[in-house]
Design a protein around this ligand. Structure first.
Ligand SMILES: NC(=O)c1ccc[n+]([C@@H]2O[C@H](COP(=O)([O-])OP(=O)(O)OC[C@H]3O[C@@H](n4cnc5c(N)ncnc54)[C@H](OP(=O)(O)O)[C@@H]3O)[C@@H](O)[C@H]2O)c1
Length: 239
């Protein structure tokens, strides 16, 4: 059974929201390397004990991919069991029109950086017959007010399908599509969900569904209320 032995797990965007909730869930059993754009000093107090940390700003996609590979090696790992490429950003398009800057930033951080990171991490994952997990969104099907974000997540969906086929037999590739969760992402994006926020899932519950979906290696997987109400946060395989 997957999860029987400690795994070497890299999580991008591991200093906040879903990435941090997933890290906290896995920290007791597994070895973790987290990444973010903030400095080590800024995140030191919130990281789970024993977790490593590497600075990788997706705003520079090429450099972020190189930083992650270097971070894995510097942490003393010669392979990876899981890479969870979770960091993401988004901006509300005022009047339905994204600024050029917002489009570039969203596609760089959510799509281009992830593509380059996936390529760069492939040899490390192949060595361990590992799993590459891309964190998409239910918005990949299209969502009003966040067109660039929706496009970036649709891109991840296509990327995961292509790599899952291309790298079949070497590593598992999957895309997970969370529904709305109570993280800081909406504030950062300039979106006020108002009373709807009460209906968003708790990060801890989404993280439990993420861990279970990662262990099962299926793709694509939607992590929404439907899955939650079917026991998605409490049952299923554990990573
Ligand atoms: N929350 C939701 O409702 C929801 C729904 C569907 C999908 N998702 C996806 O879930 C993932 C995690 O989001 P979240 O809700 O946990 O939001 P979050 O709390 O804002 O976490 C996002 C993470 O990505 C990092 N990040 C943003 N821009 C970056 C950059 N340029 N370079 C490196 N790291 C960067 C953030 O770093 P900082 O702390 O420095 O900002 C943070 O660690 C994202 O891919 C998001 O699209 C979220």
């Amino acid at each position: 059974m997957i999860g029987a032995k400690p795994r070497r797990i890299l999580i991008t965007g591991g200093n906040s929201g879903l990435g941090l909730a997933l890290a906290q869930k896995l920290a007791r059993r597994h070895s973790l390397l987290l990444s973010g754009r903030k400095s080590q000093t800024e995140v030191a107090e919130i990281l789970p004990p024993g977790a490593g940390y590497v600075v990788a700003d997706h705003g520079d996609p090429e450099m972020s991919a190189r930083a992650l590979v270097r971070g894995v090696r510097d942490f003393g790992w010669d392979g990876l069991d899981n890479a969870v490429l979770n960091a993401g950003t988004g901006f509300v398009a005022v009047g339905g029109v994204d600024s050029t800057d917002a489009i570039r930033q969203t596609l760089d951080v959510n799509l281009l950086a992830v593509m380059l990171q996936a390529q760069a991490l492939y040899p490390l994952l192949r060595k361990s017959s590992g799993t590459l997990s891309l964190i998409g969104s239910v918005a990949h099907k299209g969502s009003a007010s966040i067109p660039a974000y929706a496009a970036s997540k649709a891109g991840l969906h296509g990327l995961a399908r292509a790599l899952r086929s291309e790298w079949s037999g070497d590593i598992s590739v999957q895309v997970l599509h969370p529904g709305p969760a109570k993280t800081d992402m909406h504030d950062k994006a300039g979106y006020d969900p108002g009373r709807m926020r009460a209906l968003f899932l708790a990060p801890d519950d989404v993280a439990a569904m993420m861990a279970s979906a990662i262990a099962a290696r299926r793709s694509p997987v939607t992590l929404s209320w439907v899955k939650y109400l079917n026991g998605g946060a409490y049952t299923g395989r554990r990573l």
